[in-house]
Each structure stands twice: as structure tokens, then as C-alpha cells.
Write a protein that binds this ligand. Structure first.
Ligand code: F6P
Length: 366
């Protein structure tokens, strides 16, 4: 019996998404002889029944393409903005899934998508997911596609920022994405030789950072690169947030959303101002933002996306549903969605990368 497969991309765009769509699609259609239809703009397109053909050559020429040819959104099936209201549209999505005669829906996304996918599994749909995000914060997989490409972009930025730092004897504070995890800032900080790396997992004391910068200056290096994760916070802010939690202030954001909490760039501006005041060195800021999600995926991400995508097709051919296809070494592993959803993979504070960075005298603000 020929199988009919749906595919969508949800959450933030990421390098490697099109490579993954290609991996799933070429294996499903070409290798296994199944049918494939795309849904536009994440779960919203599935709810609105907006499709994209994927069997007429659309999978050619996209391996190297950034973004997603299907479009994406952060909309969630159970809390979908419709007509100015937030509605549970799970029922409509289930109806559309069956109206298309789908045997499986493949969802490419980050942590929020894994949670939304589990909900659709619990609503009775056959679901397979792939772990996508530049943040590398999806649980139960060695790595997510998008991370390697963003790491390369951020590393090149740190490399380039050294020029103005040593020429003008300046502190350059470069803000790096990663949402609530520090993987991208940690990796780019190490690879780019940042003197200070600040990540959410290690709340920082600005006096410790300033002392490290002044030590460098006294040692004949009156310039420093500070790689700060957008989610990094000071110990003082951590205390304030804890106090708010204790007062049981209702969290404005829904823990299920793919939406990032609003990362205030002013934290980075404030940090730079504090360091300038404490060290006497000029400070300048660079916020890398969405540059880190742009352009062609790296070779490593193309390989990873292809591996995960074709492994998803294998699971579908075997009739095994309800899993995320995780990267495990050179292989893949089918991880039950229940074991992934709702979890965030943050940087262990004793991670080998952290220990190694400390050995080359990188300051973590602690
Ligand atoms: O999750 C990927 C990511 O790039 C985060 O690193 C960042 O905080 C967020 O998305 C930005 O979201 P948006 O693209 O909706 O501004």
C-alpha cells in the first residue's frame, strides 16, 4: 500500500532545513516510492490546509539553500491565533491530516516543535520529528542541524572583531544567539579565542569579568573579546528573577511556545557600559542576531540533515511512528517523543568544553 507523507517546518528558520526536507523527500519518494506533500508555515499551514507540492522537482537545488522552502511559523496547534483570538485548533489539524490520507506527518523543529508534535501524537496522529535549531538545545540528540553552520558564522565574527579590539585597545562585547542555552556562545568563544565567555548556565559577576580584562591589560594586552550568550544573566539578575519566581509572579510566556523569551539586547549594552566604567577601556557592541541563521548550511549540517532525513524515511517505511530521529555518533536513534518534549539541553557547567576553555585562561564571569 503506497504511503502518503506530510512534512512541515516549525519554529525559527535554520540552516539545514532544506537539506533535511530534501533528505526526507528523496528517500520517501525516490527510494521508497511513497507520496509527499509539504505544508506551509509550520502548524499554521496544516491548520489552514495550505500545501506545497514536493514531487515535481522541488527537492532539486535546495541542499545548499538557507531558510525553508515551506516557510515556517511559531504557531502552536493548541494555542493558534485565529481571528484575533487564541484557539485550540488541534481538531482541525487532525481533520486535515486525515483528509489528505496521511500515513505520517514529519515535523522539523526545535524544542517547542517536539512538544507540539507530542500533542499531535497524543491526538492519534503518526508523527516523526527531526531536531532542528542553531541553539543545539534539543534534548536526547547529540546535536541539532543548524548548530554547526551558526557556529561557523559566529566564530568568523569573533575572529573579525579581534581587528578593532587590538587596533583600538578596546573591549568588544559580541552577543551570540542560543536562546536559553549557551552552546553557541561557548563554541564560538572557544573557536574564536574569546577572552571571556558568558553563558546562561553560569551567571556572571561583572566585577570578575572586569578583573580578568584588567589583568590582561596589565599583562600587555589592553583589549578583550567578550562572547556573551543572549540568554546570559548576571548573578544580580539571577537573584532578581529568583525573587520574582518566589513571589509566584505569573510567567507571561507559555512554556510550550517555540517563541523565544524576549532577550533584551539592553543586557548586552548595560554589560558593555559597566565594563567600560570598571576597566577604563572603550567598549563596543556587536549583536550577531539572525546572521547566525542565514545562508547556505555547512558541509557538516548538510551531512547531518541528510542522515536524519533519510533515517526518518526508514522509520516510516518500517511503520515506526512517535519518535524523534536523534543524532547518535555517526548513527541515528529513534527516541520516543515523550522522552524529548518539554526538555532543554543546556551546557553542563563541568562540560569538557568549559573545562578546556578554563585551561586556556578563559574567564566565565565566575
Ligand atoms: O531558536 C533559534 C533562535 O535563533 C534563538 O537563538 C533566538 O533567541 C530566537 O530563535 C530568535 O527568534 P525570532 O527569529 O523569532 O526572533
Amino acid at each position: 500500500m503506497t504511503k502518503y507523507i506530510g512534512i512541515l517546518t516549525a519554529g525559527g528558520d535554520s540552516p539545514g532545513l532544506n537539506a533535511a526536507i530534501r533528505g526526507v523527500g528523496k528517500a520517501v519518494v525516490g527510494h521508497y516510492g511513497m507520496h509527499l506533500v509539504g505544508f506551509r508555515d509550520g502548524f499554521r499551514g496544516l491548520m489552514e490546509n495550505r500545501t506545497a507540492p514536493l514531487e515535481g522537482g522541488q527537492l532539486s537545488g535546495i541542499l545548499t539553500l538557507g531558510g525553508t522552502i515551506l516557510g515556517t511559523s511559531r504557531d502552536k496547534p493548541h494555542k493558534m491565533p485565529v481571528g484575533g483570538k487564541i484557539k485550540d485548533m488541534t481538531g482541525v489539524i487532525v481533520e486535515n491530516y486525515h483528509a489528505h490520507g496521511l500515513d505520517c506527518l514529519v515535523c522539523l523543529g526545535g524544542g517547542g516543535t517536539q512538544k507540539n508534535a507530542l500533542r499531535l501524537k497524543e491526538a492519534g496522529l503518526n508523527i516523526i520529528t527531526l531536531p532542528k535549531t542553531i541553539d543545539n538545545d534539543v534534548a536526547m540528540t547529540d546535536i541539532t542541524f543548524g548548530f554547526d553552520t551558526a557556529l561557523g558564522i559566529a566564530t568568523e565574527a569573533v575572529d573579525r572583531l579581534h581587528s578593532t579590539a587590538h587596533s583600538h585597545h578596546r573591549i568588544i562585547v559580541v552577543e551570540i544567539m542560543g536562546h536559553r542555552a549557551g552552546w553557541l556562545a561557548l563554541g564560538a568563544g572557544i573557536a574564536g579565542g574569546a577572552d571571556v565567555i558568558l553563558i546562561p548556565e553560569i551567571p556572571y559577576d561583572v566585577d570578575s569579568v572586569a578583573a580578568a580584562i584588567k589583568r590582561r591589560s596589565r599583562g600587555g594586552k589592553p583589549f578583550s573579546i567578550v562572547a556573551v550568550a543572549e540568554g546570559a544573566i548576571s548573578v544580580q539578575e539571577q537573584a532578581r528573577q529568583a525573587a520574582l519566581e518566589n513571589k509566584k509572579v505569573k510567567k507571561a510566556k507559555d512554556a510550550d511556545v517555540e517563541e523565544p523569551e524576549i532577550i533584551y539586547a539592553d543586557r548586552t549594552i548595560k554589560l558593555a557600559q559597566q565594563l567600560e566604567a570598571l576597566t577604563g577601556l572603550e567598549a563596543r557592541i556587536t549583536i550577531l542576531g539572525h546572521l547566525q541563521r542565514g545562508g547556505a548550511p555547512s558541509a557538516a549540517d548538510r551531512i547531518l540533515s541528510t542522515r536524519l532525513g533519510t533515517a526518518a524515511a526508514d522509520l516510516i517505511a518500517e511503520g515506526r511512528y512517535g519518535f524523534m530521529v536523534a543524532a547518535r555518533g555517526e548513527a541515528t536513534e529513534a527516541v520516543p517523543l515523550e522522552d524529548v518534549a518539554g526538555k532543554v539541553k543546556t551546557v553542563p557547567i563541568d562540560h569538557p568544553w568549559v573545562e578546556s576553555a578554563r585551561r586556556v585562561e578563559t574567564n566565565f564571569g565566575d
